[in-house]
Design a binder for this molecule. Structure first.
Ligand code: AMP
Length: 389
């Protein structure tokens, strides 16, 4: 059954509870990247145009109970700026009587933001009592938090069952854009996977390998594959528990998997480490692979050339250190420069890399959900989406 869309939901004069993903990076009270806030604006404008009162809820970080460091006050302030209207920030716990009273007092057509839903201990347990209390705050429910749609939590899927519901415009756009990668992607289909660990992304790797033409594996996870082939990887990050799995995948999909032939290594895990390039399968004992090397950057760009469908998740190295960001930037440029390809980037690190490179506008779709986009590509039905069917 298809997901119910915003169009089909009666919202005029109703209090609409909207689950958004405002889990934004905040340092010293200052929001570092407000993409997730601005990404929710189309849904908010649409609801307000159609005469709804909007009650927003989101999580922020991983607080254990009420914790001032995880309050949504800076988010409320930024939302007010980008939305261009008053946002009532209700700082009591979302399921408290105070919050219920504050919501009752809202003028029709106004916008309120509830406090961090993870201040409620029942949120991550999808607690029925919390579902009931949250549902009492609204007449209808909209899920627009694509970045949280893979969580079966109270504010994501729990409330949906108790109220008339629909997916928001962001959720709909994400599901559609990522759907093009799973339903009849145009070949050549090339996937670039990076990041620290094989174990985190094994399911998506296994699910995608039969469907893609090439899979380029970079970042820390590449060393597990190279070790599985008998290479010497020095003190590079790797997972011995996954050597057999890596060997099996290399055996079955030898012609599709592209590993970095060379590595930019450091003599310590720091931006100031001494640098040297080695073949990835001959890294001396005291050196650590921190980025793909110059030959690999060229080979990865060449393997992307001519692709018609591309998905990229995960950095090619420890890109937080400027000296080891070159491989990730090279992939960003290679993906951005593809002509006539459908390109999708998901995952916080690769998304910040494409933004930093100033080439985000050349990408077909930049996903607001790392984990959620990976789970969709694993072939899973996201609990948040399932609750809207
Ligand atoms: P993920 O969240 O799985 O996409 O992993 C991202 C993290 O992987 C980043 O913090 C990178 O610093 C880290 N990473 C990428 N390549 C390496 C590497 N060669 N060694 C250690 N960490 C790495």
């Amino acid at each position: 059954m298809p997901m119910k869309t915003l169009e089909s939901l009666e919202v005029q004069g109703k209090r609409v509870l909207v689950r958004v993903d405002y889990n934004v990076p905040i340092e010293g009270g200052v929001i570092q990247d407000d993409t997730r806030i601005t990404a929710s604006l189309p849904t908010l404008h649409k609801l307000l145009e159609r005469g709804a009162t909007v009650i927003l809820m989101s999580h922020l970080g991983r607080p254990k109970g009420v914790d001032d460091a995880y309050r949504l006050a800076p988010v409320a302030a930024r939302l007010e700026e980008v939305l261009g209207r008053k946002v009532f920030y209700i700082s009591s716990k979302p399921a408290s009587d105070e919050t219920a009273r504050a919501v009752q007092q809202l003028e029709p057509g106004s916008v309120a933001l509830l406090e961090n839903v993870r201040f409620e201990s029942g949120e991550e347990k999808n607690d029925p009592e919390l579902n009931r209390k949250l549902a009492q705050l609204g007449d209808a429910f909209v899920l627009d938090a694509f970045g949280s749609a893979h969580r079966a939590h109270s504010s994501v899927s729990g409330v949906a069952g108790l109220l008339p519901h629909a997916g928001g415009l962001l959720l709909e756009a994400e599901v559609k854009a990522l759907g093009k990668l799973t339903e009849h992607p145009i070949s050549p289909y090339v996937v670039v996977i990076g990041g620290a660990k094989v174990s985190d992304k094994l399911k998506v790797i296994e699910n995608l390998l039969p469907k893609v033409d090439r899979m380029l594996i970079g970042g820390g996870m590449a060393y597990t594959f190279v070790k599985a082939q008998g290479g010497q990887i020095g003190k590079s990050i790797h997972e011995d528990d996954f050597l057999d799995t890596a060997r099996r995948l290399l055996g079955t999909y030898a012609s599709k998997i592209v590993l970095p032939s060379d590595t930019l290594a450091g003599d310590s895990f720091s931006n100031d480490a001494k640098l040297e390039v080695f073949p990835t399968n001959a890294i001396p004992e005291d050196w650590e692979g921190m980025d793909i090397g110059p030959e690999s950057r060229k080979a990865f760009a060449a393997a992307l050339e001519g692709a018609k469908t591309v998905f990229w998740n995960g950095p090619m190295g420890v890109f937080e250190f400027e000296n080891f960001a070159g491989g990730t930037n090279a992939v960003a440029t290679a993906v951005a420069n593809l002509q006539g390809a459908y390109t999708v980037i998901g995952g916080g690190d690769s998304v910040s890399a494409i933004h930093q490179s100033g080439q985000a506008d050349k990408i077909s779709h930049i996903s607001t959900g790392g984990g959620a986009s990976l789970e969709l590509l694993e072939g899973k039905v996201l609990p948040g989406v399932a609750a809207l069917e």
